[in-house]
Design a protein around this ligand. Structure first.
Ligand SMILES: NC(=O)c1ccc[n+]([C@@H]2O[C@H](COP(=O)([O-])OP(=O)(O)OC[C@H]3O[C@@H](n4cnc5c(N)ncnc54)[C@H](OP(=O)(O)O)[C@@H]3O)[C@@H](O)[C@H]2O)c1
Length: 268
């Protein structure tokens, strides 16, 4: 068993801390002694979470921001530097999906998804990484999805944003392989959070089935903590989801045929 005291008082920023996975990661890292910086738009939820963490002896700071906006991301970066001087752990978790025929997706919503799921992750990485490299320590954890390995009908843009995260993290991991700065992607399978409720307004039968396979956000948080103790390029949660890229490789042609049936049902 490793001595985890090493992480006491580390500074960890978690984006999307007002929602299922981000909230549980924040709780877990705070319980392990880190000072967590909670970032999202819904201030009341963040303040409540921070209070609960503080009430149980933890340390938490709320920084409200809309991460689709570039100047907001820069403001958060400057606030972190002014308040803490550095960052040890960056968890790029904020993100959302949209389900339906892609041609029906409104452009402002598509742009918003690109900004939150991709641009915020990239900009925070570019802002915080140089100081991590200078200090030769730090860990960037990107919350990806198995959806990035199995492009699926109805969630074309969401799958693509998660494929971007897989590729970006892998390249960065290779760049940093001689450094003590770590970067990892968590390829999560379905998780029981608000995510599905906002995604599946059309009540897709396939998505209902996928949601039933969901693990708890606490399980993702436990895996993130394990990843911090044992850094790796990627993890799948649950572990058996590591077969997903192989399913796409071997049986993608079947998906080509049966995948659209679920969407067609929604159109009638
Ligand atoms: N649930 C799943 O099955 C699943 C599976 C694989 C990967 N993931 C990924 O896990 C991450 C977290 O998802 P979740 O399941 O925890 O969903 P969730 O409960 O809906 O939480 C999403 C979080 O993202 C934040 N967010 C969204 N837009 C934002 C914006 N413009 N600015 C700042 N924060 C924003 C939300 O905060 P505010 O609304 O307060 O801003 C919320 O805290 C996402 O990246 C998702 O793609 C989820």
């Amino acid at each position: 068993m490793k001595n985890t005291n090493h992480y006491q008082d580390h500074i960890a920023l978690i984006t999307g801390a007002s929602g299922g996975i981000g909230t549980e990661i924040a709780r877990k890292l705070a319980a392990e002694g880190m000072h967590v910086i909670l970032v999202a738009r819904r201030e009341a939820i963040l303040v409540d979470l921070a209070q609960k963490i503080i009430n149980t002896g933890g340390q938490a700071t709320v920084m409200t921001a809309d991460l689709s906006i570039e100047v907001e991301r820069k403001r958060i970066y400057n606030e972190v530097l002014a308040r803490f001087g550095h960052l040890d752990i960056l968890v790029n978790n904020a993100g959302f999906g949209w389900y339906g025929y892609t041609q029906e997706m409104p452009w402002p919503l598509a742009l918003d998804m690109l900004r939150v799921n991709i641009a915020a992750l990239v900009q925070f990485t570019l802002l915080f990484l140089p100081a991590m490299r200078n200090r030769n320590s730090g860990h960037i954890i990107n919350i990806g999805s198995v959806a990035g390995s199995i492009p699926s009908q109805g969630v074309a843009l969401y799958s693509a944003t998660k494929a971007f995260i897989n590729s970006f993290t892998t390249s960065l991991y290779r760049e940093l392989s001689t450094s003590r700065v770590k970067v990892s992607v968590v390829r999560a399978g379905p998780v029981t959070t608000e995510f599905f409720r906002t995604l599946n307004k059309n009540q897709s039968k396939l998505l209902n089935l996928v949601e039933r396979l969901g693990v708890s956000p606490q399980r993702i948080a436990g895996s993130v903590w394990h990843l911090i103790l044992n850094p790796r390029r990627r993890i799948y949660v649950p572990g058996w989801m590591s077969v997903v890229p192989l399913i796409e490789f071997a049986f993608g042609w079947i998906m080509d045929r049966i995948g659209p049936l679920d969407l067609k049902r929604q159109a009638t």
